[in-house]
Design a binder for this molecule. Structure first.
Ligand code: UDP
Length: 412
């Protein structure tokens, strides 16, 4: 019932020129004693969202390093995903908790998956809350267990957290993006390990300025005028309305400026469409505001092109778990302006590799500074790229996993 995901192959050697030989060598040395280690990653989906984005790179690289790795997607139907979506929102602070029926649905599906999971693994890595109960249910199926949390647990709905805690408390190892996201009461070894992006994936691979401009032009952008861009879901926490307000202030000073808001939509997420429509209404027919989504054929290459071509990439979030879009923009050496929240300050040193802002006026002012001084933008972008190179590319993330696997194997 659990589905194995076909992840294809990737070669660690292809990344050496991007991350440097020292890290590549460290990864190989850590992998050496782990050859043949049987690892399974369990997650709720293989399509959409940050977790699958990460596993499509991490799993093939672990295999290339010599480990015997599989990624399996747990079985679930609509009733299960309705419950886990609510749980996800509640754990990130939404006041609505699951009903008793939804909790028992969640438990029932975890029991089903626990029965179906094959045994004999050296390590089982469980991603996010959806399959979190598996360790408690069938600890004998793997010699070692870890839980990887991809969400922001800093201000959870207390009732939801109280119910989840007994399930995650005893994992021998847990990984969190940031210190603030670690809940109280965990008994295992807690590590703060931020995620990373794949610099060779179509979304992040090097695009020439001409190719990036060519793609943007197809979406109606005048590539000879300045462009501000934000890539993110249409969600109040991402504050696209605030981005439009900031753009309007920039336009008072720099009339040629354009704005692109690029966001992916799910056909089954009515909230997303409501907020998309609210964003379109807020743009009020301004022809220099381009609001695009994946239903307009905006895929990975197009996101890459917009991020690569923009004169300033904005991520004006009010709340942000980590912000892979921030990493993606910095890796493209773009000048960046974003909200001083969540994982963004971890990635951006204010004034050095971009700007952190907390209101519309400052957001606009920093964009104007960058547009008026191309040398400033270039310097910010260059430092931002180096910061990402050192900290937020997949080989570093792979190293952190291999380190912990090595420690697990040498512990009783
Ligand atoms: N993304 C995309 N197309 C879009 C909007 C977003 O491919 O139209 C991608 C984006 O490039 C990033 C991910 O979705 O890789 C969003 O991750 P992030 O951590 O920024 O935010 P989240 O959506 O998880 O809150």
């Amino acid at each position: 019932m659990l589905q194995t995901v076909n992840v294809g192959t990737k070669n660690l050697a292809d990344y050496t020129h991007l991350v440097g030989p020292a890290l590549a060598e460290e990864v190989r040395a850590l992998a050496e004693p782990l050859k043949g280690l049987r690892v399974v990653h369990l997650s709720a989906t293989s399509f959409g969202g940050g977790v699958s984005e990460i596993l499509y790179t991490l799993v093939p690289l672990m295999k290339d390093a010599g480990l015997d790795v599989e990624w399996q997607v747990i079985y679930g139907r609509e009733e299960f995903f309705n419950a886990t979506k609510l749980m996800h929102n509640a754990l990130q602070g939404n006041p609505q908790d699951l009903t008793p029926e939804q909790w028992s649905t969640w438990e029932r599906y975890n029991e089903m998956n626990a029965r179906e999971l094959a045994g004999g693994w050296d390590v089982c890595v469980v991603h996010d809350p959806q399959p979190a109960a598996l360790f408690q249910l069938v600890p004998e199926k793997a010699a070692h267990w870890m839980w990887r949390c991809h969400i922001d647990l800093s201000t959870p709905n207390p009732a939801t957290m109280e119910r989840l805690l007994p399930v995650i408390r005893d994992y021998p190892v847990t990984f969190f993006h940031m210190e603030q996201y670690v809940p109280e009461g965990l008994r295992g070894d807690v590590r703060v390990v931020p995620p990373a992006i794949d610099p060779l994936a179509p979304k992040n691979m090097a695009l020439s300025p001409e190719d990036a401009a060519y793609v943007c032009r197809q979406f109606g952008i005048d590539v000879d005028r300045p462009l501000l861009c934000q890539v993110s879901r249409f969600d109040p926490w991402k504050d696209p309305l605030g981005v439009i307000d900031a753009y309007r202030k920039v336009k008072e000073e720099i009339p040629g400026v354009q704005l692109a808001l690029v966001g992916s939509m799910a056909s089954d997420d009515p909230e997303g469409w409501d907020f998309f429509n609210a964003t379109v209404a807020h743009a009020d027919g301004d022809e220099d505001i381009h609001i695009l989504n994946n239903f307009n054929n905006v895929g990975a290459i197009e996101v890459n092109a917009f991020q690569s071509h923009a004169d300033v990439v904005i991520q004006k979030s009010i709340r942000e778990g980590f912000g892979l879009t921030v990493t993606e923009a910095l890796w493209k050496a773009r000048p960046f302006v974003g909200g001083d929240v969540g994982g963004i300050p971890l990635q951006v040193q204010n004034g050095l590799s971009g700007y952190l802002v907390s209101d519309v006026d400052t957001c606009a002012a920093r964009c104007i500074d960058i547009l008026r001084d191309p040398a400033l933008g270039k310097a910010l972008g260059r430092r931002g790229k180096e910061h990402v190179r050192e900290r937020f590319l997949t080989p570093r993330y792979l190293r952190d996993y291999l380190r912990v696997f090595g420690e697990m194997m040498s512990s009783p």
